[in-house]
Design a protein around this ligand. Structure first.
Ligand code: UDX
Length: 443
């Protein structure tokens, strides 16, 4: 099949490279000439494990190419994917769809023969209808169908998520379009990935519902962690205790500093807005948004408390800045609010991240960036693990303790055993690990 992918950002690039790897002929289009030139030279605009090798391999095999202009690729395509950005609109939090509509207008003028136009970007319910209207208006003779096919890719694990999905959601009522989409994903039948064919609006909403549910699950365990601290219980054991119930499931129950990233914050906000506009407010989702926002800032206060009530004049070392490991993405990362809170309280902040320093630098004024973990800790009063990169999981605690001036270790991801940290001389603070009983998280 011939596929045109408009938008060579995170979703477009990963999806394009994976579809090429399935054997399709894929052209990724982006208006940014610098991005396309970099891709042609084999440089990835984002950090995603395995992506550079996957792109290089498929370019070499002649199945993947890059363009700044979509006309030719769209004219030849069986399916044209829209994978451009949908950032939060300033002011009201609604998804900004201008890039999607601009792409639709451009695609309209280039369509030739029956073509399926697929919205891959996360778009509010009804966007597919508008994309269809725009294309129909711009090119009344075009033979096309608009399909919703949301992505469920996690950053850092995106290639695996694309190739081994739990499900594929295809929103269309057009039989020809369904057949094309089944052909696009045929290589996945080997993995027995279920294809769920639904109405277009249902598919659009399914994506938001999935993200909102996951965000609620995280927020639930985060609030439970606060309660655990207050009553002397262990959230790790609570999470395991409820997660083994198959109706609940153990995933996305890691208490932490609050969710961040390019999807959950933006999508929960957009869903809440859609629901308000529809006259059926989602109070649960609205609360999740508010609780999570407050939590990130509260994490700075937690560090201040762990430091005895004041960080004025102290040096706080942060390990991990990106919103999660294996990405260089800083969007809505908890480290942003934590840093601001610590600086407001009079601390100097020093930070290290394995991949995110370049992205973090302009977002964290006043922060000193360290070259490695141990130089970050040098002379610090407290060390805060903000993101659970693998490189932080087996730290030499004695070396750290000796390098630091203070002995405070705040582990916002619960990757250390409190008892072991204490044995190495640390005053340890995790998340939701109340002092009331001796339950071990691993038992
Ligand atoms: C998410 C969805 O998982 C994916 O399906 C969707 O398409 C895009 O949004 P992503 O944002 O890349 O993916 O990362 P994810 O692994 O879901 O983590 C999101 C945030 O939740 C991170 O800040 C992470 O630290 C936090 N998180 C996740 C927790 O705090 N606890 C958990 O148990 C899981």
């Amino acid at each position: 099949m011939r596929i045109a992918m408009t938008g060579a950002g995170y979703v477009g690039l990963v999806s394009g490279a994976c579809l090429a790897d399935f054997g399709h002929e894929v052209v990724c289009i982006d208006h940014d000439p610098a991005k396309i030139a970099a891709l042609e030279a084999g440089r990835m605009p984002i950090f995603e494990p395995g992506l550079d090798a996957l792109v290089a391999d498929n370019v070499r095999q002649g199945r993947l190419s890059f363009r700044t202009e979509l006309r030719e690729a769209v004219a030849q395509a069986d399916a044209v994917f829209i994978a451009v950005g949908t950032p939060s609109r300033r002011g009201d939090g609604f998804a900004d769809l201008s890039y999607v509509y601009e792409a639709a207008r451009e695609i309209a003028g280039a369509l030739s023969g029956y073509t399926v136009v697929v919205t891959k970007s996360t778009v509010p319910v009804g966007t597919g209808d508008e994309v269809e209207r725009i294309i129909r208006e711009a090119n009344p003779a075009a033979d096309f169908a608009v399909v919703s096919n949301p992505e469920f890719l996690r950053e850092g694990a995106a290639i695996g998520d694309f190739k081994r999905p739990d499900r594929i959601v295809v929103g269309t009522e057009d039989a020809r379009a369904e057949a094309v989409m089944r052909e696009v994903y045929r290589p996945l039948y080997l993995n027995a990935a279920p294809i769920l064919v639904t109405g277009r609006r249902t598919a659009e909403l399914t994506k938001y519902a999935a993200n909102a549910f996951l965000a609620a699950k995280i927020t639930f365990i985060n609030e439970m962690a606060d309660l655990c601290e207050a009553v002397g219980a262990d959230v790790q054991a609570v999470a395991r205790g409820i997660g083994l119930d198959k109706r609940i499931g153990g995933k996305f129950l890691h208490a932490g500093p609050g969710y961040g990233g390019s999807c959950f914050p933006k999508d929960t906000l957009a869903l809440a807005k859609t629901a308000q506009d529809a006259g059926t407010p989602l109070r649960l989702v609205e609360t999740v948004v508010a609780v999570n926002d407050q939590r990130k800032r509260a994490m700075a206060r937690k560090v201040v408390r762990a430091c005895g009530g004041s960080v004025r004049g102290k040096t706080i070392a942060l390990l991990g800045l990106t919103f999660k490991p294996d990405t260089d993405d800083m969007r809505d990362a908890p480290s942003l609010a934590i840093t601001a809170g610590l600086q407001d309280a009079g601390a100097s902040v020093r930070a290290y991240d394995p991949e995110g320093i370049e992205q973090a630098r302009p977002l964290l004024p006043g922060v000193t960036f360290a070259e490695d973990i141990y130089s970050c800790a040098e002379g610090a009063d407290a060390l805060v693990i903000v993101t659970e990169w693998n490189a932080f999981r087996a730290l030499d605690l004695d070396r750290l303790r000796t390098a630091m001036r203070g002995a405070v270790l705040v582990d916002l991801r619960n990757i250390y055993d409190p008892a072991i940290a204490a044995q190495h001389g640390f005053a340890y603070q995790g998340i939701g690990r109340g002092q009331g009983d001796m339950s071990s998280p691993t038992r």
